[in-house]
Design a protein around this ligand. Structure first.
Ligand SMILES: NC(=O)c1ccc[n+]([C@@H]2O[C@H](COP(=O)([O-])OP(=O)(O)OC[C@H]3O[C@@H](n4cnc5c(N)ncnc54)[C@H](O)[C@@H]3O)[C@@H](O)[C@H]2O)c1
Length: 336
């Protein structure tokens, strides 16, 4: 059994990883200030420390108080649009919290660090599918903040020997197939939950941004990776770090789906129409973003189990239908 510190473990991706760690028998401590996360997303037996990562003394105390085998760092500001209104806040907060946490981990003798990075590092990609060798060129302050965080971790390795994995997620989607966890953001900005909410009458009609892209149906194509597959990637990557080297992986399904395909699938799965209107393109939205997951597959044996859009939407819908108002009025998820 190993022990891990998970920042942002009450949030969407982090909570699914916490559940996966608990299920394989690891001990987990979560730091989350609950600005977006939910207490009810933390399984029984997991200690929750409610604290802002900016509270360096508290973070150092937590790291010094337990002996951790690794840190998984999910807590961040992560809204692309907001980052273009408040670029300095995004860059300052995401970078300083990541490096402050890495520094505390090094001082506490913890040598494994996993960073939630993003496909936004690649901006308008130079080729498709996007492999790890593609040019890095974020077009948002959010993407820039994660690129800077990755670079800081490279220095932490060179000088202090901290082994890290930077996982560039594409679009995390879906929910725990057993229905214990789901996606509950406020505000919600992700396409699949927005489309489901619109279909169920739980949210406003959907806006489809741009119908004149150079794609088969004119709408943007994105790579949706199931959150349970994403969690599995984290577990495998912890094993790679144990072997003593730092890694960077693109974590995506490897196939893309258009916005219209998402709407069609949500309509089929829910059996209800998705009310939507069309709007102009959004600035900074490339036509197609699809990951090459070859490196991750070859080096870790990872294979997505829920790659079909139907499975992704079905699990997301099942959770939302059972929890129309999210975690706040739902029962605590069953213990792992
Ligand atoms: N969801 C995606 O599709 C996606 C894609 C690419 C990258 N990412 C990255 O993955 C990570 C997790 O994303 P998510 O969708 O689960 O986000 P989320 O907002 O659901 O979870 C983040 C959690 O961190 C907590 N948090 C934020 N700032 C904090 C701070 N300063 N101190 C303590 N806790 C804090 C929030 O309360 C929340 O529980 C983020 O770093 C994000 O940038 C997500």
């Amino acid at each position: 059994m190993a022990r891990f510190l998970v920042t942002g473990g009450a949030g969407y991706v982090g909570s699914h990883v916490v559940l996966a760690l608990k299920e394989r028998g690891d001990d987990v401590v979560v730091i989350d200030d609950l600005r977006q996360g939910h207490r009810a997303a933390i399984p029984e037996g997991v200690e929750l420390v409610v604290a802002d990562l900016a509270d360096r003394a508290r973070v150092a105390d937590v790291l010094a108080g337990w002996k951790f085998d690794g840190v998984l760092h999910f807590a961040a500001l992560s809204l692309v649009g907001e980052s273009m209104r408040e670029p300095l806040r995004y860059i300052t907060e995401n970078l300083s919290n990541t490096l402050g946490l890495a520094d505390a981990a090094i001082k506490a003798g913890c040598q494994r660090f996993v960073l939630s990075s993003t496909a936004a590092l690649f901006g308008f990609p130079e080729r498709l599918p996007i492999d790890e060798g593609c040019r890095l060129g974020p077009v948002s302050a959010y993407g820039e903040s994660k690129l800077m965080a990755e670079r800081g971790l490279e220095w932490a390795e060179r000088v202090h020997g901290l082994r890290s994995a930077s996982l560039r997620y594409f679009n995390a989607a879906g929910a725990d197939p057993q229905g214990r966890l789901g996606e509950d953001h406020n505000p919600e900005t992700h396409l699949i939950p927005l489309a489901i909410n619109a279909a169920l009458g739980l949210g406003p009609e959907l806006t489809l941004f741009g119908t004149d892209y150079d794609t088969p149906d004119g709408t943007c194509i994105r790579d949706y990776v199931h959150v349970t597959d994403l969690a599995d990637a984290h577990l495998r990557v912890l094993g790679v770090l144990e072997q003593g080297r730092s890694v960077r992986y693109n974590v995506g399904n490897g196939s893309g789906y258009s916005v219209r395909e998402v709407i069609d699938t949500v309509q089929r799965v829910t059996g209800r129409p998705v009310p939507y209107r069309t709007g102009p393109r959004r600035l900074g939205d490339p036509a197609v973003l699809v990951a090459s997951n070859t490196l991750l597959r070859e080096e870790t044996g990872w294979t997505p189990q829920y790659a079909a859009l139907e499975d992704i939407v079905r699990t997301a819908y099942a959770w939302r239908a059972a929890h129309p108002h999210g975690f706040d009025d739902s029962a605590r998820p069953v213990a792992a």
